[in-house]
Structures are given as C-alpha cells and as structure tokens.
Ligand binder design. Structure first.
Ligand code: DC
Length: 220
C-alpha cells in the first residue's frame, strides 16, 4: 500500500493544530504533532535537571527516549518513557526552552527518524516546521499555513484565557515574535516555505473557511 503524507508547516498560532486535527478526522488520516516531540524531550530535560547547554547529554537523551503519540479520539495522548505528558508539555517553561533542543542537528536527525517511522503503512497528516522541507520532501501535499502576527496573538490570547492563564497580549506578541525568529533563523530544519508548498494565509479565515481552502489544495 502506498503511504500518503500531508505536510502542514508554519509558525505558532497559524492554525496548524486545528486544521490538521479536522483534516485527519475528515480524511481518515493519522494525525502527528511533531512539536509535541520536541516539547516532550524538553520536558524530560527539565525534569532531570540537565543543563540545556550540555549538548552531548541532550543528544544522548534524544536517542534514548521513547516518545509515543497515541491517538485519543480527535486528539493525541503524549508519553515519554511511559510518563503521560499531554498537558505538561504545554507550560510556558517548556515552550520557552524548546528552542534549545530544536536547534541541535543531531537531535533533529533523531526526531526526523522517529517521524519517518510513523509513516510506513499509514496515511498521515503531520504538522511542524520542517515537514515539507526535511522530513517528507516527497509529501503528497504541502501546505504552509500562515497568519499575521496580530491575529496569531489574538488567537493565543483566547486559547490561554479559556485555559485560565493570565497573559497580556503584549507578552504573547513578544513570545510569538521571538519564537518565529528562532524557528526561521536556526541552522538546521528552519521554518521556511517549501518550493512546492501552497501558501495559505488564514488571517481573515474562520475555521470552516480554512478547512475548505485546505481541502481545495489537497484535492487539486
Ligand atoms: O508546534 P509547537 O508550537 O508545539 O512547537 C514547539 C517548538 O518545537 C517550536 O517552536 C519549534 C519546535 N519544532 C521544530 O523545531 N520542528 C518541528 N517539526 C516542530 C516543532
């Protein structure tokens, strides 16, 4: 059976997770959140008290950990070495420190290997930063999802408010802008638009409109 891969890349807050989950449900695809893998490793490093600058230890750990993304209805349950970290990897502390591991070449190689192993005989939709450029340059369809920073800030603000987190929009804007810069400028696996990706700006689209646009791309 030929495997099918749909790659969704883009900056934080562009709508990747919302879109990927809805498309997975609609098209019967396995949903894979690659950011959750970098986050899980970051959580483990924080838990073990390892210094992020100790590159050798971080690389060694990335090769040893067992990261599992288990489908749970429309969502995923995330485990690292048997610990469930689904919610624990969404804290500001993890978010702020993930760039340390995501910039290391050997760590990325290890994550990419794991990401490729998920596909084998599955039809998958995978979201991240380097899916269409590095992980699956041969993906069947590639979408680069984007939105203006101000709109991404609004979306994050609403999400945080719903979860009971108190953040000002200026703090969120600063965090997203910093993350964009780090994701786009790192040496290995930077966030960029693959030559053959379709660029979708969701700034002025609601969720059903975004799904409709993406389906148009996938069916084209
Ligand atoms: O998608 P996310 O916000 O959960 O990702 C968290 C961080 O992980 C992101 O800022 C950069 C990193 N990441 C990455 O380097 N490569 C990926 N394929 C996915 C995420």
């Amino acid at each position: 059976m030929k495997s099918t891969v749909i790659a969704i890349d883009g900056p934080a807050g562009a709508g990747k997770t919302t879109l990927a989950k809805l498309l997975a449900e609609r098209l019967g695809l396995l949903y894979i959140d690659t950011g959750a893998m970098y986050r899980s490793l970051t959580w483990k490093i924080l838990q073990l008290g390892i210094n992020f600058n100790n590159k050798d230890l971080v690389i060694d750990l990335s090769r040893k950990v067992d990261i599992i993304l288990r489908p749970n209805g429309k969502d995923l349950k995330i485990f690292i070495n048997g610990d469930e970290v689904t919610d624990l990897i969404r804290t500001p502390e993890v978010t702020e420190n993930t760039f340390y591991v995501a910039q290391i070449k050997e760590v990325r190689e290890e994550m990419v290997k794991k990401q490729r192993s998920f596909v084998k005989e599955n039809r998958v939709i995978m979201e991240g930063r380097d899916i269409g450029t590095v992980v699956f340059p041969e993906a069947d369809k590639k979408i680069y999802l984007d939105a203006q920073l101000s709109e991404r800030v609004n979306r994050r603000f609403k999400e945080f408010k719903a979860k009971g987190f108190e953040y000002t929009t200026s703090k969120i804007e600063q965090e997203l802008a910093e993350r964009d810069k780090k994701d786009k400028t790192r040496l290995y696996g930077p966030l960029k638009i693959a030559d053959d990706a379709v660029y979708l700006d969701t700034t002025n689209l609601n969720i059903p409109e975004m799904v409709e646009e993406a389906l148009r791309v996938i069916n084209s």
